[in-house]
Design a protein around this ligand. Structure first.
Ligand SMILES: Cc1ncc(COP(=O)(O)O)c(C=O)c1O
Length: 402
């Protein structure tokens, strides 16, 4: 099956009534026909479901579908089709925190970059240190620097990154980072949220885990918060990770899993349209006199265009740009937007626009913002799948009034 067909046909579950669309198994627990069956279920000697915090047919079908898409057409070291195992969570943050708690212990350090999602950064700065787990930020584009740091600091046990990264749409070399992680035997985790498996398959280059906030492109319609962890060490995923998963308990509800399941049916169509719309808008913005800089990996002028071309199928729906007239211009632009939606989040059908300096990052120290490329006039756009003319018309009139 090709990728587009897998979006629709993977993860099908056996239903005794032959339901065409996977039913929502809205049940907290599952019955046993005998004590013997129950004992075997608890011992893992049969495939019975026990309790929905642990496993649920609708949730598992969705996890299976995402894992199959991440593994699409990839081979393992022995030349066999790559097998991946996924677990779903009640949020992207649930996925990230459960994975980090299951992999790390007191004294361990995470090597990452300064521009990871704010919630992930806060988790690493405020919560994990209480368990003796700390974070070191580095310019991960500099592979020599990454290798030097890992070589000289044996407490670094995990490399964690996002590509493309917020809000400057920076691109990191997945293959390069994986080869360093492998050489020094440390785990490597990617947050693949901005791409979805349609645009980027990080297991091709050797990551150990891929996580997503399914709230974004996988759900695609902005109807539910959710997350997923996909791993290639099946033994670890089914035992140690499953135990941490069960005990932290950030499990996804069957209804929310069902929304993601159905959202994925149109993933390939949506990602194509997000990407082509974004490319047209990036070209429009690049020529606009009120815009001083456009961050979009699809533009030939982008210094990381070639790297992005190597590891991404298309360049995705996320753009950021800077205005020529600073903070006030950003506020005016946002106030004049009519068609696009002023909102945080990303990956929905409609175009979402955000001015970090006056919205999501208001109150954050200016020096810290500048260090991470969040200037006063930076605007972030999650390009939707509407007719691109409507998006451009709206941006043009709002830019001209800024
Ligand atoms: C790249 C990225 N990772 C993780 C998260 C966290 O996901 P959630 O909000 O579903 O917990 C977000 C949320 O915006 C995100 O943008």
């Amino acid at each position: 099956m090709e990728f587009e067909s897998k979006c629709i046909h993977s993860g099908e579950l056996d239903d005794q009534n032959n339901a065409h669309i996977p039913p929502i198994y809205s049940t907290s627990t599952f019955k046993f026909n005998s004590v013997d069956e129950g004992v075997k279920a608890f011992l893992g000697e049969n495939d019975n479901y026990i309790y929905s915090r642990w496993d649920n047919p609708t949730v598992n079908a969705t996890a299976k579908k995402i894992a199959e898409l991440e593994a699409f057409d990839l081979k393992d070291e022995n030349g066999n089709l790559l097998q991946l195992h996924g677990k779903m969570f009640s949020s992207g943050m649930g996925a990230i925190s459960t994975l980090l708690f299951s992999l790390l212990k007191n004294g361990d350090k995470i090597l990452t970059h300064g521009t990871i999602y704010g919630g992930s950064a806060e988790l690493m700065d405020k919560i994990l240190p209480k368990s003796g787990i700390t974070r070191k930020n580095l310019e991960l584009k500099d592979l020599n620097l990454v290798e030097e740091n890992i070589k000289n600091d044996s407490s670094i046990k995990l490399l964690y990154f996002e590509t493309p990264a917020n809000p400057t749409i920076d691109c990191y070399d997945i293959e390069g980072l994986c080869s360093i992680a492998k050489k020094y035997n440390i785990k490597i985790v990617i947050d693949n949220t901005f791409c979805s498996p349609y645009l980027q398959q990080p297991f091709k280059y050797g990551v150990d885990f891929s996580i997503h906030s399914t709230t974004k492109y996988l759900n695609g319609h902005g109807t539910a918060i959710g997350g997923v962890v996909i791993g290639k060490d099946i033994e670890f995923m089914k035992n140690e990770f499953q135990t941490t998963f069960k005990l932290i308990g950030a499990s996804l509800s069957p209804f929310d899993a069902w929304l993601v399941f159905n959202g994925i049916n149109t993933l390939s169509l949506r990602m194509e349209k997000h990407s082509t719309n974004a490319f047209t808008i990036a070209e429009f913005l690049e020529k606009h006199p009120k815009v001083s800089k456009v961050n979009y990996l699809g533009l030939n002028s982008n210094p990381q265009h070639e790297l992005a071309k190597k590891q991404m199928k298309l360049f995705g729906g996320m753009i950021s740009f800077e205005l020529t007239n600073g903070f006030d211009a950003g506020v005016k632009l946002m106030d004049n937007i009519k068609f696009c939606t002023l909102a945080a989040s990303l990956g929905t059908l409609d175009t979402l626009i955000l001015h970090p300096a006056s919205m999501s990052h208001l109150g954050v120290d200016k020096a810290i913002l500048e260090e991470h490329g969040i200037t006063d006039s930076l605007i972030r756009l999650s390009v939707g799948i509407e007719n691109v003319k409507d998006i451009i018309e709206d941006l043009d009139q709002a830019l001209n009034s800024s």
